[in-house]
Structure formats: structure tokens, C-alpha cells
Design a protein around this ligand. Structure first.
Ligand SMILES: Cc1ncc(C[n+]2csc(CCOP(=O)(O)OP(=O)(O)O)c2C)c(N)n1
Ligand SMILES: [Mg+2]
Length: 783
């Protein structure tokens, strides 16, 4: 263990000061020095940064190993940039452009920042929880010998205490406990302030209980070494008692007011502390009272060194928001910025000359500078192997399940079963996961084949007792299905972590998550979070829409296709037939590992449909690009029917009914409203000659130089033509198609909550049946 006088600690303290300075200066520069054309406040969080510079110095320059991965509290992003600036991984230009176009990001971003960022953060709580799921993924890879034990590391979350209010933390804790996760540290910057004010003390000690109940070791880092020494002095016990009883708001306010205020208050509330007060001037008293362990290097290093086993550990590090800055402790300091006079005073206090603000080691004497630099350079994180190449897996042709009548959900289960039986590298890299809907989304056959993943053997009690069941339910290390509890938010965090396995651990996995379509909404922010950091996964949502019939209104999804239209990084396909689904799954496996690829969302149904006969494969490229003519329109046709997914039979029936009265009537199958829309807007972007936006390279091929796919599809129709659109979802999912070439549209779809009933009842009630289509068409096409 390191002692207080160890030179390492002194160097770490200097590094801490440097992080505090550079993070404050980066934010100051962006707000006060960089020219602002629009007069907007740039922002940044100097107080939130200062709150955890000691924690981050101890972590990055001492505790972290080369395989450890960290999710950094979003508003401490500038500290992470400062760490990498000191390590030589970050440029001054990027720091100068902090929060500017193309500069260092406000919140750490895996995809946009130029420094190594293990997990993006921003939406509080999610970046914390994803580390627990990453620990589970690491265990999965170790168990499957897809990663060497010596490459394993610790998954670390640096979190604000307000993040402990997010429900997703507790959903995650429960799931993590069930899976017995290891090698995970969560370090709470326990400054007892959130954005608006100080936080409620009624939660004191409650967090400890909750985490301990879920199998975590809780390490509370409350008093720094100076305070602990003071407790041994005369009056020390009274001081400790007073601190322990002090409400958060009072402690924060006194911190802000400083030494004289502490003295007055302690003299009044705890007169026994007089000897302690008499022995210190105001400045020393203020330093003592803010010597919380989260700012005390010796305490931090000691605590991290003492937790070197694999037990998941919560460190509650007491801190002061804005530590060492003029607004330390002020309840409004969350977005507070030092004014030019205050930053100049801080610079002088740090011994940094004017004009040398960006110099990494400015103001340090020769010996100190050398010690600090060598500590930084020798830190294990400095030698991290950050870029890990990984192999691509060959994607075999995905055969179409046989059967004249089948649903896309049944076909999905069948395809996975066939893939499993055929074996091979792709099947071995598939990991399925589901929030308690494994059986009802048709993953059962796959799970029977491949088993549940469990680090400890899980006996299949029913099978052992010879109780008949179609479903095997035994778990072992080789299993390839991760069964989750019902909390859908965890599904998306699980998919995020699985979908980053390549970047984090050097092995690409092919994660497939299944969920009921309406409950996507339950995990929407986590889904967005997964896409934002370019995790790759296949999301299979089934059943969907009112087509699930008697299941009723509470389970009927209406808006997921609109969600998909607005979600970058997620490609929506809505197949009607098994051959479309097979094609899309094959494409998805390619996309999941393609450098410019993305995740895929398949919206499926339990409705059994008579399959269409194909004359050739010409439909396939269109189906992958978002749509194809199931019945070609005549050139110059005045009319078409347009449908997506499960309502194909109604569209076909209406087409049969109308084709004689409306010559040249086309029938367009839209397999992806999402892709058609993207292609259309991409084309506009090309016309405007704007460069592709960040992360959208994959879509460029749908626009390119020529007309987009949707423009080509609609081109045969007469400019005066009209079409009816039909989808078991919000009609706006397709109605926009009229805007592409200016056609008239009559949109059909679901706009009200559903109810129970047979398909006939429901399609009649919600106007999805052939009669409704014919009526809508009559309005459009007939004079
Ligand atoms: C989901 C979500 N809600 C709200 C916000 C806005 N926000 C940013 S930080 C924060 C609270 C910060 O408190 P804490 O986590 O304690 O961090 P501190 O700055 O005190 O270290 C809030 C509400 C957010 N980023 N994400
Ligand atoms: Mg806080």
C-alpha cells in the first residue's frame, strides 16, 4: 500500500491539479475566448469536472489496467479529454474546439471523439448500466474461449450521484445479480448535488443497502486523511458527529461560504470542537472541512488497491461539486462558469504563467515536471492496445423455410433453427437474448439447440423429472442465449454491450434480441443509446400491430415504424413473406459486421400468410432496398396500391378486385419505409452538394448520383396518379410517399388504440380490409 508521503502520490496530486486546470480552461476557452458568431452560450460543467478530477487521476494514472474499459460521467467529458491530452492522445486544436463543430464533444462519444472512448455517455444512467452488461459479455466471451483470460479487464463506470435516481440502474442491478457479474466497478462522485440543487439526505446509507443486497461490495470513501487525523484530536469526535449529522444543503452552503462560516457554525453547533478550531486559521479550517475522501489521493489509491479481486464494487466517494473552484458547493454551480477574473486567479494559484495555459506541464519545476510526466507515461492505460482488429465471419446463404403457409415469426424461428443445425462460424457467433419472451417470440427451437448461457451450470429440473415440455431450459457455459428478466430497457443495454463486443473485446458477436413490438417503447432511450454508439444488433419485434388479434389493445403496436423512420443507425424491414425475411436476415448479418453498416429491426407478425410464387429473383434487390412491385404498374398508370407487411393478403385481394376497373393498376410491396425515406432525403442532400453527415456513409449508396430507389419505383406512374397506402401501423409510415413525386395519396392504417377481436373484426373496424382499400381507391381513381 502506498503511504501519504509516497512520491507517486505527490505526482498524482499534481496530475489531479492539471486535470482540474485543463478541464476548466477548455470550458473557459470555449465560452470566453473563442469567437462566437451567434452569441449563444457554449456551456460546459466546470464544477462537475472539478468534482471528479482526483478520482479520475487516481483511476487513469494509477488504477486502470490496459484492458479496463470506462464509461465517464457525461459532464466530466473535459476531464477525459485532459487525461488524453496529458497522455499525448489529444490535440490542443481539439480542446480549443471543445463543443465547436468537429471539436471535442460535450459528452464523451465513441464515434465522434478522436480519443479512445470506450462507452459513449450523455443520457444519465445508461452509460453506468452498460458497463454491467459489458462485464456479462466479457464473461460470455471468456466462457466461449473467444477471448484470452489475460485480455480480460474491468468495466468501470464513473457516475454522478444523481444517476442513482435513474430507474434503469436498479433494473440493471437485478439483472446483473441474476447473472452473477464480475469485474465491474461503479464509482459514485458523491457530491450530493444534482443539476437543480442539493439532494435529499433521506437516501443516506440507503444506496449502500440496495447495492449490498444485490451482491455488491460497497466501499464508502467519506473522510480524507486530514479529517481522519483531526477526528483523533481533542474535539475530533464532536466534529465527526457534527459532519455525519449535517444536512447536504448546509454542508454545501458552508463550503461555498468558506473558513469563517465554518468556524461560526461549528462554534455554535458543536462547541466541543473549539480546540480544533483554535488550532487553525480560516483557510486551514476550510481545507480541513473539504478534505473529503473523493479528493484525497491517498484514500482513493488505497481503496482502489484494496479492491483487486473480481467482486462487483460500488465506491461511494464523497466529493464537493466545484472542488477548488470559487463556486465550490454553491447549489447553482452545475452549469456555472468562472468569469475571466476567477480563472486568472486560479491560473495564478496553479503557478501557470499567462500565455502558457495550454502547456501540459506549465508552472511545474524541473523535478516535478519530470516525475509527473513519467508517471503519466508509465501509467498502464498509456500503453493500452486500443485498436483491436477482428475477423469478419462469412455469411452463408440463409435458406427459405419450406411451407406454403407461414408467418414471419414462425419463419424466423425456423431460420435460426436451420442455422443452428447447419453450424459454422456465423451460428457460433450468434447470441440471442430476450426479456422473458423467448418462447413467445419463437426463439425456443434455437434455445433447445444451443442452450442458455450460464457461468454456473443451471439444471433443467423439468427435463430431469421427465415432465414433458417442448422447451429445454438448462444453462451452461457454452449456451448461446442470454435470458433476461422482463425489463425491456435491459434488453437494449444488453444488445448495446453485445453489439460492441468487437470494439471492446476484439470479437464480433451477432446479437439477436427479441421483444414484443409495442414494448420497444419501454426501452427507447436505451435503444437510441445503443445506436448512438454504433453497437450492432438485430432487433426482432413480434407480434406487431392489430394483427395479433385476440391479444388485444394493450399489446398492439402503432408507432414503431415511425420510431424507426426517425432512428439513425437502425434499419427497419417489414417482411410479409418468408423468402423476404430470409433475404433480410442474410443482409442483416452482413450489415452487423460491415464497417459502414448498422443495426437492423425486423417487424414481424404471427399471422400465417399464403406465400407468393416467384418467377425469378428480380424482386430481391428491390426488397433489400426498401420496396418492389409485386404487380407491375403499366407505364403511365394512374393508380397503385402500396402495402407493408402482414396486410399483404388484403392488398392482393383489393388488387384482384380493382384490376379490371383500373387498368395498369400496380401493387407495390414496401419492405422498408425507412430505407425508402432515407434514399429520398439522401438524394436531396447530394443535390445540395452537402457532405454526408456524420455516421451516414452507409446510406449514401441509396442516393448516389441517380434517382433514389423510391423515385425509380414511382417513376412509371403518371404524374397525375394516386395510390392507396396500407400498413398495420400509423398511416404516416407510408403516406409521405405521395410527396416524393407529388402523387395523390389515400392512407390507411391504425390511428386509434386497438381492441380484441378476430382479424376480420379488427381489419373491418380499423379499415385495413380489402373493402376499405377499394373504397379508398374509388375516391382516388374513379372520376
Ligand atoms: C436522462 C437524462 N436526464 C437529464 C439530463 C440532464 N442532466 C445532466 S447532468 C444532470 C444531473 C447531474 O447530477 P449528478 O449526476 O449528480 O452529476 P454532478 O454534476 O453533480 O457530478 C442532469 C439532470 C441528462 N443528461 N440525462
Ligand atoms: Mg452530483
Amino acid at each position: 500500500m502506498l503511504s501519504k508521503s509516497s512520491p507517486d502520490l505527490d505526482a498524482l496530486r499534481l496530475l489531479e491539479e492539471r486535470l482540474r486546470w485543463l478541464s476548466a480552461w477548455t470550458i473557459h476557452n470555449a465560452n470566453h475566448l473563442r469567437p462566437s458568431a451567434d452569441g449563444l452560450k457554449v456551456g460546459g460543467h466546470q464544477a462537475s469536472c472539478a468534482s471528479m478530477t482526483a478520482i479520475m487521476a487516481a483511476l487513469y494514472f494509477h488504477a486502470l489496467g490496459p484492458n479496463d474499459k470506462v464509461a465517464v460521467k457525461p459532464h466530466a467529458g473535459p476531464v477525459l479529454h485532459a487525461v488524453h491530452y496529458l497522455l499525448g492522445n489529444q490535440s490542443r486544436e481539439q480542446l480549443e474546439a471543445f463543443r465547436g463543430f468537429g471539436g471535442a464533444q460535450s459528452y464523451p462519444s465513441r464515434t465522434k471523439d478522436r480519443i479512445p472512448v470506450d462507452f459513449s455517455t450523455g443520457s444519465v444512467g445508461l452509460g453506468v448500466a452498460v458497463t454491467a452488461f459489458a462485464s456479462l459479455v466479457q464473461d460470455y466471451l471468456l466462457a466461449h474461449a473467444m477471448m484470452k483470460p489475460e485480455e480480460a479487464g474491468r468495466m468501470v463506470a464513473l457516475m454522478g450521484d444523481a444517476e442513482l435516481d435513474e430507474g434503469n440502474i436498479y433494473e440493471c442491478l437485478i439483472e446483473a445479480y441474476k447473472h452473477d457479474i464480475r469485474n465491474c466497478w461503479w464509482i459514485v462522485d458523491y457530491n450530493r448535488q444534482s443539476l437543480d440543487a442539493t439532494t435529499a439526505e433521506r437516501m443516506f446509507r440507503r444506496f449502500d443497502d440496495i447495492f449490498a443486497a444485490c451482491g455488491w461490495r460497497v466501499v464508502t470513501l467519506k473522510y480524507g486523511k486530514a479529517l481522519e487525523a483531526a477526528f483523533a484530536e481533542r474535539g475530533g469526535e464532536a466534529l465527526k458527529r457534527w459532519i455525519d449529522d449535517c444536512p447536504n444543503a448546509d454542508y454545501a452552503a458552508l463550503t461555498y461560504l468558506g473558513g469563517a462560516a465554518w468556524r461560526e457554525r461549528l462554534a455554535k453547533d458543536a462547541p466541543e470542537t473549539k480546540p480544533l478550531l483554535d488550532a487553525r486559521d480560516d483557510e486551514a479550517l476550510a481545507a480541513l472541512m473539504t478534505n473529503l475522501a473523493g479528493h484525497d489521493m491517498a484514500s482513493l489509491v488505497e481503496a482502489f488497491d484494496a479492491a483487486q479481486d473480481d467482486v462487483p464494487t460500488l465506491f461511494i466517494a464523497y466529493t464537493i461539486k466545484g472542488y477548488g473552484l470559487p463556486f465550490a458547493g454553491h447549489k447553482d454551480n452545475h452549469a456555472g462558469l468562472m468569469n475571466p477574473g476567477q480563472i486568472a486567479a486560479l491560473r495564478d494559484r496553479m503557478g501557470i504563467a499567462e500565455g502558457e495555459e495550454w502547456e501540459p506541464w506549465a508552472g511545474l519545476g524541473g523535478n516535478s515536471a519530470e516525475a509527473v510526466r513519467s508517471l503519466a507515461e508509465s501509467s498502464r492505460i498509456a500503453q493500452a492496445k486500443r485498436e483491436r482488429p477482428w475477423n469478419q465471419v462469412e455469411v452463408p446463404a440463409v435458406p427459405v423455410p419450406a411451407g406454403e403457409e407461414q408467418s414471419t415469426q414462425a419463419a424466423f424461428g425456423r431460420i435460426l433453427l436451420d442455422l443452428s443445425r447447419a453450424g459454422g462460424p456465423l451460428a457460433d457467433r450468434i447470441v440471442t437474448t430476450s426479456p422473458d419472451v423467448t418462447v413467445s417470440t419463437n426463439l425456443g427451437a434455437w434455445v433447445n439447440q444451443r442452450g442458455l448461457f450460464r457461468r454456473q451450470e443451471l439444471a433443467d429440473v423439468f427435463a430431469a423429472a421427465k415432465i414433458p415440455s417442448a422447451q429445454k431450459w438448462g444453462g451452461h457455459e457454452a449456451g448461446q442465449h442470454i435470458e433476461l428478466g422482463i425489463a425491456e430497457n435491459n434488453l437494449f443495454l444488453m444488445l448495446a454491450a453485445l453489439g460492441l463486443a468487437g470494439d471492446l473485446f476484439g470479437t464480433r458477436l451477432f446479437p439477436i434480441g427479441t421483444v414484443y413490438d409495442p414494448f420497444i417503447a419501454r426501452g427507447l432511450d436505451a435503444l437510441n443509446y445503443a445506436c448512438y454508439q454504433d453497437a450492432r444488433f438485430l432487433l426482432v419485434a413480434t407480434p406487431s400491430g392489430v394483427t395479433l388479434g385476440p391479444e388485444g389493445g394493450a399489446h398492439q403496436s402503432i408507432n414503431p415504424p415511425l420510431i424507426a423512420l426517425g432512428q439513425p443507425g437502425l434499419r427497419h424491414y417489414e417482411p410479409a413473406f418468408a423468402d423476404e425475411l430470409a433475404l433480410m436476415m442474410e443482409e442483416a448479418f452482413r450489415l452487423l459486421q460491415a464497417p459502414g453498416g448498422e443495426s437492423v429491426y425486423l417487424r414481424l407478425t404471427t399471422r400465417t400468410l399464403r406465400q407468393v410464387e416467384r418467377e425469378d429473383d428480380a424482386w430481391k434487390s428491390g426488397a433489400l432496398a426498401g420496396g418492389y412491385w409485386l404487380r407491375d404498374p403499366a407505364p403511365g398508370s394512374e393508380a397503385a396500391l402500396v402495402y407493408s407487411g402482414a396486410v399483404a393478403p388484403e392488398a392482393l385481394a383489393a388488387w384482384e378486385a380493382l384490376k379490371d376497373d383500373v387498368p395498369g393498376l400496380g401493387l407495390l410491396a414496401v419492405t422498408s419505409p425507412d430505407l425508402l425515406h432515407r434514399g429520398w432525403t439522401e438524394r436531396q442532400r447530394v443535390r445540395w452538394k452537402a457532405p454526408p453527415r456524420d455516421g451516414e456513409g452507409a446510406h449514401a449508396k441509396h442516393g448516389g448520383g441517380g434517382p433514389s430507389h423510391v423515385e425509380r419505383l414511382l417513376a412509371p406512374l403518371a404524374p397525375t396518379a394516386g395510390f392507396v397506402t396500407l400498413i398495420d401501423a400509423a398511416p404516416a409510415s407510408l403516406s409521405w410517399l405521395g410527396g416524393v413525386l407529388g402523387h395523390k395519396v389515400s392512407p390507411l392504417g391504425i390511428e386509434r388504440f386497438g381492441q380484441t377481436g378476430s382479424l376480420d373484426d379488427l381489419y373491418r373496424e380499423y379499415r385495413l380490409d380489402a373493402d376499405a382499400i377499394v373504397e379508398a381507391a374509388a375516391e382516388l381513381f374513379l372520376p
